[in-house]
Unconditional design. Structure first.
Length: 470
């Protein structure tokens, strides 16, 4: 049984592009798989099992001489990040390519059918939230610390789940279609930051503590069966008897890990997302897949699956509740359901984790992002002293002007730039061989919105955000 939509008919959308704001650490509660899924799983794979099998591999950082930056690779996994703050538990929600498959489970010794609505899933990675760069977290200290001004590269992405096959169909080759994409949150970008608001006063306030939600959204391409957009890169993983990807066996239950190499450069200030869709290669599969997708191993004598399936491994942030919403944190799980109503607010849109209730485990999928940066600040490197000692930006919000006083630890040439969120320079001021100074920028003719102040000195760079509001 999949999660119920939150206010499906009473939610409006306003898209407003801007950079992420600073976020506080989220919290997590112990969660368990729905009872229906427990009935068809003889054993559970816990998050601790996964972390023991592949904990923080691929992390490798090297300090650059005489700089406050390092180069190297780092593994990002939002579920692991949340686990540092609690103890989540996971589940295997079913995924089927057109979202109308049926599953069978054993409830109180009675066979019951359940509709399966997951067509595709994925996540958006927001790597520069403060929690990912917390120097007091042993897993992060000394690693690459991507910031909003850092360009970076997605080396590879790995999906964890359970690929199940009918043992009699040895010649079938299925496909896990993976789509990588990025965007800076502005209107028209592949990843947009949308303001979701309730038409029922107080509804979001009651569930999330705010009147509106600002979440990363991604559009669905029904032909491709993946994310829509201009920055996307699509790669197929072929699944057959001889190819189970980069498989990790945890205990007596095999958990499959399918890694995809990308080497995709991501511009500074851009979030990055990924989706995965299961495409069946069975020529005898029913159309429109109204027959059994998963029979359930509680049924004696039947194959565990009738048609091959992929079951992504996912975690819930709260047991039977909506996940915690933290303003400015755009890390989210994505789910594409069977929604064909063109008049629906969610039509052709991957739903963020915040628009689900319990019952499906599709909040945060277990996905590894192997990310590298050639010139990023290190997380908590104590023996590297930056030359920029202080920067202030005021007033904030600004109306007519923005003042930017700064101080350095040693005399240096300084360049202060005022840009929009696309990185386009609106104004720039330079200072020669100074230890202190102040840049002043006029904002009286600018449109309302978020802008960036960039301070550069002796190879070091600081970025501050300022809002213009007339």
């Amino acid at each position: 049984m999949m999660k119920k939509l939150l206010l499906l008919l009473s939610v409006g959308v306003v898209v407003n592009g801007a950079y992420a704001q600073k976020a506080a650490n989220t919290s997590i509660m112990v969660s368990s798989a729905p009872q229906q899924q427990k009935a068809i799983e003889s054993k559970k794979v816990t998050l601790e099992d996964l972390k023991k099998a592949a904990a923080w591999r691929y992390d490798n950082s090297n300090k650059s001489a005489n700089k406050g930056t390092i180069s190297g690779t780092r593994t990002y996994n939002y579920v692991d990040h949340l686990d540092l703050l609690g103890t989540p538990d996971g589940s295997f929600p079913y995924m089927w390519q057109d979202g109308v498959g049926m599953g069978m489970y054993n409830s109180n010794s009675v066979l019951t059918w359940d509709t399966i609505n997951v067509m595709s899933y994925g996540s958006v990675l927001h790597p520069w939230i403060p929690g990912f760069n917390d120097q007091f977290v042993p897993a992060y200290a000394g690693k690459v610390g991507i910031q909003s001004y850092s360009a970076y590269k997605v080396d590879s992405v790995a999906f964890w789940g359970l690929y199940q096959r009918n043992s009699q169909k040895t010649n079938i080759t299925d496909t896990l279609r993976v789509t990588l994409f990025y965007g800076n949150g502005a209107t028209g970008q592949d990843i947009r930051l949308a303001n979701w608001y309730s038409l029922t006063p107080g509804t979001f306030q009651q569930n999330f503590g705010v009147d509106t939600l600002r979440v990363a959204t991604v559009m669905y391409d029904s032909v491709l069966r993946g994310a829509r957009g201009t920055t996307r890169v699509v790669k197929d993983i072929l699944l057959n008897n001889s190819n189970f990807g980069d498989t990790v066996v945890v205990g007596s239950l095999g958990v499959h890990r399918f890694a995809v190499a990308f080497g995709q450069n991501i511009p500074a200030g851009n979030l990055v997302g990924v989706t995965a869709s299961f495409v069946s290669g069975d020529p005898n599969k029913p159309a429109p897949y109204t027959d059994t997708v998963f029979r359930g191993n509680a049924v004696t004598g039947l194959e565990p699956v009738k048609y091959n399936i992929f079951r992504p491994f996912t975690f819930e942030e709260a047991d039977g509740q909506y996940p915690k919403y933290t303003v400015g944190n755009y890390n989210t799980g994505l789910g594409m359901l069977k929604i064909y109503d063109t008049g629906n607010s969610f039509y052709d849109t991957y739903l963020a984790a915040f628009f689900w209730a319990k019952e499906g485990g599709l909040e945060y999928p277990y996905i590894d992002w192997v990310v590298s940066c050639a010139d990023c600040p290190a997380v908590g490197v104590n023996d590297v002293n930056g030359i920029i000692s202080s920067v202030k930006v005021y007033p904030n919000p600004a109306t007519n002007e923005v003042r930017v006083p700064f101080a350095l630890g040693a005399s240096s040439d300084v360049q202060v730039s005022f840009t929009n969120v696309m990185g386009q320079v609106i104004s720039r001021q330079s200072f020669s061989n100074v230890k202190t100074g102040e840049a002043v920028f006029s904002t009286s003719q600018l449109t309302n919105g978020v802008y960036m102040v960039n301070i550069e000195a002796a190879g070091e760079k600081r970025v501050e955000r300022v809002t213009v509001a007339h």
